[in-house]
Design a protein around this ligand. Structure first.
Ligand code: ADP
Ligand code: MG
Length: 354
């Protein structure tokens, strides 16, 4: 009776449960695990855990440590890509057990639901905004004295006769200009958007023309447009800048060879920073490059975060600011071989704006 009841419990648990043997092969899977992996118990049985994924942030070494040294753990944000291309975020808890004198692992999988993602998203967004404000504030503080410094060097230059001394004042002016340039870029876009009705595909076509001028023939651009998207009330130049910043990163990441897909869709009931929009346009920019380095993932949209030797780290921060001006949002998913940026822009009713 007791055994029977525990079977019923296991079959009805909402978390996926696997038991792995000392070779990290599946010995048991409950019904939720079958749904999670989209494989039957028979298919799962005997499979080495790492063979169930093409890519996972759950390291085999961590599982071995758990097995051998009883280092149980729980990881709230495990990225998993399955053999069939599915990609999801899961909470994984690993507990070491001994059953009939054999060490084994109890592994629980729980897919992270949308709600959790949204709240994380809001928190992240608030942090990114705070970082941006900090950098902007600092940039402002630098800008004023810098103007004074440059002006003083100019005055001094006029008083000097010796060309050798003039070289020094020239140097001050040149370096001040360089700093000013940087500070201006840190301050980001400051003009309010000039909103008009635009066809999003026209904006994308312009970007594609610019991009194909930039790069050779070894990058293939694929268009997958939904022609039913109504006109959007946007500043076309700003959206163009945002998409270009994202697409140029893709081109750079692929080092001149690969495929970039531009996909447009209409999405219903999208929550953006706590507000629900009945209708949104989605613009996806997907590349098959190496993926975003793990160490950058958490701070990707912060200003001055870059993975490049000569990068400024401003491209994505500016793209996000521009999309924020349109009450939209940017989402990213990335693993080796696939990087997907999605822009969400609310679709307004034309009557409401006239
Ligand atoms: N499509 C992509 N593939 C791989 N890495 C990317 C991609 N897009 C952005 N990145 C990473 O994010 C970093 C930040 O990008 P960005 O803010 O535009 O600054 P920058 O291009 O000046 O480095 C890049 O340096 C790169 O490491
Ligand atoms: Mg960039």
């Amino acid at each position: 009776m007791a055994e029977h009841f525990s079977d019923i419990l296991m079959a009805n648990l909402s978390v996926g449960v696997l038991v792995l043997d000392d070779k990290l092969c599946v010995q048991y899977a409950n019904a939720s695990a079958e749904r999670f992996f989209e494989q039957s118990r028979n298919q799962l049985m005997g499979h080495a855990i790492h063979k169930l994924f093409v890519q996972s942030s759950l390291e085999t070494q961590r599982l071995r440590d758990a097995l051998q040294n009883h280092l149980d753990f729980s990881d709230g944000e495990v990225q998993l890509t399955f053999v069939d291309g599915r990609h999801l975020l899961a909470e994984v808890t690993v507990t070491s057990l001994v059953h009939q004198n054999h060490p084994c692992l109890l592994v629980e999988f729980k897919q992270i639901d949308n709600l959790r993602r949204i709240s994380q998203e809001n928190q992240l967004w608030a942090q990114q905004q705070a970082a941006r404000d900090l950098v902007r504030g600092l940039a402002h503080e630098i800008k004023n004295p810098l103007g004074g410094l440059r002006g003083a060097a100019q005055l001094l230059e006029r008083q000097l006769d010796d060309p050798e001394q003039k070289e020094f004042t020239g140097l001050i002016i040149e370096q001040a200009d360089r700093l000013r340039n940087l500070v201006d870029r840190l301050l980001g876009p400051n003009k309010p958007p000039n909103l008009q009705w635009h066809n999003v595909h026209k904006v994308l076509e312009k970007i594609l023309t610019l991009l194909s001028l930039d790069c050779g023939n070894n990058i293939e651009f694929v268009r997958d447009y939904d022609p039913s998207i109504p006109d959007l009330y946007i500043d076309d130049e700003k959206i163009q800048q945002a998409v270009l910043n994202i697409a140029r990163n893709a081109v750079q990441a692929m080092e001149g060879r690969g495929r970039i897909r531009f996909i447009t869709r209409v999405e219903r009931q999208v929550t953006i920073h706590g507000k629900r929009h009945p209708l949104c346009a989605q613009i996806k920019i997907i590349d098959n490059g190496p993926g975003i380095p793990d160490r950058l993932k958490d701070t990707l949209f912060y200003p001055m975060v870059t993975g490049k030797k000569d990068g400024t780290g401003l491209g994505l921060s500016i793209a996000q600011q521009l999309v924020d001006h349109h009450r939209g949002k940017i989402e990213v998913e990335s693993w080796p071989g696939h990087t997907e940026f999605t822009l969400f822009l609310p679709i307004d009713k034309k009557e409401a704006k006239q």
